[in-house]
Each structure stands twice: as structure tokens, then as C-alpha cells.
Design a protein around this ligand. Structure first.
Ligand SMILES: [Zn+2]
Length: 212
């Protein structure tokens, strides 16, 4: 019984994935993690991925799909939480095929609904603890004591360098063109839940848990 999280970059789906994995023991399947793991493994597919990524190209869909398939087959006895996959309609069809082959089922798809301007604010408000790597959002998830890391009590915070507006706009454009249509795809199937992702972190978790 698998779950899928759909949403634009930085909508909070990564954080919610971590919470659900801890709470219910899902296997967390994130495309980025899988590609990194596979290229480091020394397998034939991994070496092919490594070569492609070293040339500066984006991993082609067929390689991504192969890596994803391998992971699904390995963890098909678990409940899997798909975070950031599928990203396009053709990947959604591919996912259907593998899940059918492994006798699984997508139980629910969560669409993280958030306004682009909210999202921009959220990203511009994101800070990381320089000493332990804990991530905060000054707006939605600030440290308990202002300016002090909950984890390690450090007072050194940094803003992420890649969080600039142009990169975000590009990623968001890709999301609207390629990923957002998946909302309708899963809605038609009656397994879609739309989450208000602009709500505070705890409330977003509640919305998800209530729909499970
Ligand atoms: Zn810290």
C-alpha cells in the first residue's frame, strides 16, 4: 500500500516524508537519493548513470525508471512513500506497470497545494544550521528559541546558496508543465488528496494522517 507525494520544489514534502517514515516505517523512495546510491554502487546501471551525470546531463528518463524499478522490486514487501516520483505522466504510467508487477497498490496520492508567492517566501526564509545541518524556516518552522539551533544550540545559521529566484522559477515552471497535470491523472482515479501546504508543518502532517 504505497503513497505518492506530488508538489513543487520546497513545498515541504521532503520534511513530511521524514515524519511519516519515522511514524509508520514507510520505505522512503526519493529520486535524488536513488540516483546517488545507484551511481555509487558500481553496478552496470550505476556506471551508466555516473557517466551521464559526469557529462553534466540530466539523468534520462529510461535510466531513472530503471533505477526506480530496481528499488521498488527490492522493497516491494514494504509500503513505499514516493517523494518526487513520478514527475511526468509517462513516469506515472511506468510506475503503474511496476506496481502491478509487484502486486502493490497506490493507496493515496497527496498533492501539496501552495501558492508560488508563498513558496518563494518560504524559500527565502529557509536557513540551515552551519554546525549540524538542521533546516529551519523562519516563517513556518523556526527554532524554538530565536537564533539558537534546537539540535546543537549553535547560533550560526546560513541561507542556502541555490535558493535564488531564477532557479526557483525554472524549477517551478517545470513543475507546472510536467508534474502538475498528474493531479488530474490521480484525481480521476479517486485516490487524490489535496493538502494545504501553506499551513504550519504540524497541521500539514495532520492533514496527511487524517487522509490515510
Ligand atoms: Zn545545529
Amino acid at each position: 500500500m504505497h503513497l505518492v507525494f506530488l508538489g513543487p520544489p520546497a513545498c515541504g514534502k521532503g520534511t513530511q516524508s521524514e515524519i511519516l517514515v519515522k511514524k509508520y516505517g514507510y520505505h522512503h523512495l526519493s529520486t535524488g537519493d536513488i540516483l546517488r546510491k545507484e551511481s555509487a554502487s558500481g553496478s552496470e546501471l550505476g556506471n551508466l548513470l555516473k557517466l551521464t551525470l559526469a557529462n553534466g546531463a540530466l539523468a534520462p528518463t529510461d535510466l531513472v525508471n530503471k533505477a526506480i524499478k530496481k528499488d521498488i522490486e527490492k522493497y516491494s514487501k514494504n509500503s513505499i512513500l514516493f517523494d518526487g516520483y513520478p514527475r511526468k505522466i509517462d513516469q506515472a504510467h511506468f510506475l503503474d506497470d511496476i506496481i502491478a508487477e509487484t502486486n502493490g497498490e497506490i493507496r493515496r496520492v497527496f498533492y501539496f497545494d501552495i501558492d508560488v508567492n508563498d513558496l518563494l517566501q518560504r524559500i527565502l526564509n529557509r536557513v540551515t544550521c552551519k554546525d549540524c545541518g538542521a533546516v529551519y524556516n523562519l516563517q513556518t518552522n523556526p527554532p524554538k528559541k530565536e537564533g539558537v539551533c534546537d539540535n546543537c544550540a549553535s547560533t550560526n545559521f546560513v541561507k542556502r546558496g541555490d535558493d535564488n529566484e531564477a532557479i526557483l522559477e525554472n524549477r517551478f515552471k517545470y513543475f507546472l508543465e510536467e508534474t502538475a497535470p498528474l493531479k488530474e491523472f490521480y484525481q480521476k482515479r479517486g485516490i487524490l488528496t489535496v493538502i494545504d501546504a501553506s499551513a504550519p508543518l504540524k497541521n500539514v502532517t495532520e492533514q496527511i494522517v487524517n487522509a490515510l
